[in-house]
Design a protein around this ligand. Structure first.
Ligand code: FES
Ligand SMILES: [Fe+2]
Length: 400
């Protein structure tokens, strides 16, 4: 079978410059990104198996917003702002945990039911007019797709429902039966000292694999190709060489990885990466499924976050293969971090004149194009005044 899902012709003549350098260091632009890119686009919080029981919860902070995902007594997974309606405290403080019957705010003790409704205020007689129905936790848009929990801080938004967004990859991804998986080692977080777009720029192309990722090159080298972002979703595909093995982890991985019975032939040795605009990837290997994403903490600092999931009935060989693929990935990620630092810091130099992208980096361009659509101010080569950024962007948006 042709491993291409969508044949995309790269135009002969395209603008090979990336986003302007100033956009990686502008505080005013970051405010626009929060507004038009992060709050109103779907974000992955985790997987339903991270909160298997009633009362289990996950939290996630994104650009000043705080999400709380709780499984109710009825088994339903719901999303709320992690914000007490009394004075705004976090209702739960941990990134993951379990509460028995209710969520009790740590500030003054207001109690919420697991479905987000307010059970009661502490010392209720001090609120003679409190209408409890008015003070439930504020719900977030939430959608579960193939086991992954997506939320959106702003109701509505420029993207369609997740199920529709992911339609192009759904038939392929469905083979992995991800909804039935369980956590491997939990959700991880790591800070990196670059703009979030520099992380994404490195991840959105495979041109650098041959030079920068010796283990990946050994593993799947020449088979790798990218399909750029179309309507918010990209795909990269590679199949590993069963005879690879110059590196210890690669040699053992290809030796140990068992024949995955649930996958069709063309996926049996495939590593596939599905990019989801603006900032996430779900990737599959025959023995595991994972997600990773990045959130800006400031213009020069980014939070990387992700998790790996495994089959409930995994064999010892699958477990060993999962561990080895994790090691290959871990090395790859630290190589990528270094590359993103070097690229990002160049944008503070007067000598930086923009990117000059290869046809093999067309995915970077298409991601930038998606950003330009939300933030037309990115079309300006010279940095606007920080104080003008917001109005200028609004004016350009209303023109387009
Ligand atoms: S802020 Fe939650 S009870 Fe006061
Ligand atoms: Fe990379």
């Amino acid at each position: 079978m042709n491993p291409h899902l969508r044949d995309v012709a790269i135009p002969n003549d395209w603008d090979r410059r990336g986003l302007p350098g100033w956009s990686y260091h502008s505080d005013a632009l970051l405010e626009l990104e929060k507004e038009h890119v992060f709050r109103n686009h779907w974000q992955i919080v985790g997987h339903v198996c991270d909160i298997p029981n009633a009362g289990d919860y996950l939290t996630m902070d994104v650009v000043g917003e705080r999400a709380l995902i709780v499984r109710g007594k009825d088994g339903v997974v719901r999303g709320f702002n992690n914000m007490c309606r009394h004075r705004g405290s976090r209702v739960v403080a941990d990134s993951q945990g379990h509460c028995k019957n209710a969520l009790v705010c740590p500030f003054h003790g207001w109690v919420y039911n697991l479905d987000g409704t307010l059970r009661g205020a502490a010392r209720p007689r001090s609120f003679p007019d409190l209408d409890k129905t008015e003070f439930g936790l504020m719900p977030l848009d939430l959608e579960v797709w193939m086991g992954f929990i997506f939320i959106r801080f702003r109701n509505g938004g420029p993207q369609p429902p997740v199920a529709e967004l992911m339609k192009p990859i759904e038939p392929e991804f469905a083979h992995y039966e991800a909804a039935d998986m369980v956590p491997s080692w939990g959700i991880w977080n790591q800070k990196t000292p670059v703009n979030w777009k520099s992380v994404r720029d490195v991840d959105n192309e495979g041109y650098h694999v041959a030079m920068a990722h010796p283990a990946l090159q050994d593993l799947y080298g020449a088979t790798y190709f990218d399909e750029p972002f179309i309507n918010g979703v990209s795909r990269s595909f590679a199949t590993y060489n069963p005879h690879a093995g110059r590196r210890w982890s690669v040699k053992n991985y290809v030796k140990i990885a068992p024949e995955p019975t649930r996958l069709p032939d063309y996926l049996k040795k495939a590593w596939v990466y599905y990019g989801i605009f603006p900032n996430a990837v779900i990737s599959v290997m025959p023995e595991s499924v994972q997600f990773y994403q990045e959130f800006p903490l400031s213009t020069g600092e980014t939070l990387l976050r992700g998790a790996i999931y495994r089959y409930r009935d995994e064999s010892r060989e699958q477990a060993a293969a999962r561990y080895l693929s994790f090691r290959i990935d871990r090395d790859t990620m630290s190589e990528d971090v270094q590359l993103s630092v070097w690229s990002n810091e160049s944008m503070l130099s007067e000598a930086f004149e923009g990117f000059y992208l290869s046809d093999l980096e067309y995915g970077v361009r298409t991601h930038h194009d998606h950003l330009r659509k939300m933030l037309p101010v990115l079309g300006l080569e010279t940095a606007p005044e920080e104080k003008d950024m917001w109005n200028l962007n609004d004016a350009l948006r209303s023109r387009s």
